[in-house]
Design a protein around this ligand. Structure first.
Ligand SMILES: O=C(O)CCC(=O)C(=O)O
Ligand SMILES: [Fe+2]
Length: 351
């Protein structure tokens, strides 16, 4: 399998003209850069997002305080599997404890997470399914809720700003996304790639989070600068990506790939946290998934269908149906790849 390609790079784009009052020309230049990044990489670094340093520092403090709790305490914040909220322990935990030697097999995910998201009570007056729009659980950790909510609100704003840019970049009417995101099924997953020292011995490469594409419209990703995130290039190479100082990573999900007839890319990525002296070097990230309304119907954009690009998604699908199909695949232990181009690319990468 190819590693690191000299052709691969994640563009850095300053979105200040959309966050503050930019001129029409400045905005058009940003939209062109975003369009190019979305067509060729599907990942980008954004600067000028406007999230105050103190809010980002607060998120990191809240995560540190929660993940430092002992495992039994953290497990009291688990929710039933159908509810994507609260604490999610490492999948490999029981195996690594009982067997000592862990297979580095890619179905094992060595990370713990805490999820928060949009709840039914956030959208009074809208009839929404209680399991999908579940209420949050908040741990008894001083300041956790306030700090996480402050960052969540900023990440939501950045995700919505990205869709404003997307509308311009795709030549869509202003406000196009509003009709699909008024009660968006957003979730933020705070990830902690760490296991206590001595817990694992591996018989091969460790995969922290298996290769996958994200499900929704767009993901806003905050991450440490500890290496680990790898992104698949169009030539089949896996490439290390770390956020630059003050940058956030943005990547597209499958809803956008469907909508744009795969002209914009929902790119495969995975996390391989570094191993130092047999222990995972701790790495943290927080992925804010902006998925769209559960009942939003995603129909391939007609202006992105032509002779060179026949419609790859002739069956419109709702965001809810699409997410259910993805979850069914991952729960059955199937690899979480999508149809079409993405699948071809992952198979090519396997060599
Ligand atoms: O930890 C990372 O950098 C990426 C996390 C990710 O891909 C996800 O949560 O979907
Ligand atoms: Fe992801």
């Amino acid at each position: 399998m190819a590693t690191e390609s000299s052709n691969f790079s994640v563009p850095s784009i300053d979105i200040t003209p959309y966050v503050a009052d930019g001129t029409a020309e400045e905005r058009a230049a940003v939209a062109r850069a975003i369009d190019d990044a979305c067509r060729t990489v599907g990942f980008m670094q954004i600067l000028g997002h406007g999230i105050p340093d103190a809010v980002i520092a607060g998120l990191a403090e809240a995560m540190d305080a929660f993940f430092a709790l002992d495992l039994e305490t953290k497990k009291t914040y688990k929710t039933p599997p159908k509810i994507n909220r609260g604490y999610s322990p490492p999948k490999s935990e029981s195996l690594s404890l009982s067997l000592g030697v862990e297979s580095a097999n890619r179905m094992n995910d060595f990370f713990e997470a805490f999820n928060v998201g949009a709840a039914r009570s956030d959208y009074p007056g809208v009839e929404l399914p209680a399991d999908d729009y579940a209420e949050n659980v908040w741990p008894e950790v001083a300041g956790f809720r306030e700090k996480v909510e402050a960052y969540y609100a900023e990440a939501k704003r950045v995700a919505e700003t990205m869709t404003v840019i997307f509308a311009d970049a795709l030549g869509l009417p202003e406000g196009f996304y509003d009709a699909y995101t008024g009660h968006s099924l957003d979730v933020m997953r705070m990830n902690n790639y760490a296991l206590p020292p001595g817990r694992i011995q591996l018989d091969g490469d460790l995969i922290g989070m298996g290769e996958h594409t994200d499900y929704g419209i767009v993901t806003v990703l905050w991450a440490d600068q500890v290496k680990g995130l790898q992104v698949l290039g169009t030539d089949g190479s896996w490439n290390d990506v770390s956020p630059a100082d003050d940058a956030l990573l943005i990547n597209l999900g499958d809803v956008t790939a469907r909508w744009t007839n795969d002209q914009w890319m929902s790119t495969l990525h995975r996390v391989k946290p570094p191993i130092v002296d047999g222990t995972i070097e701790r790495r943290r990230s927080a992925a804010y998934f902006h998925d769209g309304d559960i009942d939003a119907l995603i129909t391939t954009m007609p202006h992105l269908i032509d002779d060179a690009h026949p419609n790859r998604y002739p069956e419109p699908i709702t965001v809810g149906e699409h997410i259910r199909a993805k979850l069914a695949g991952s729960r059955a232990g199937k690899r979480n790849d999508t149809a079409g181009a993405e699948k071809d690319r992952v198979l090519a990468a396997r060599g």
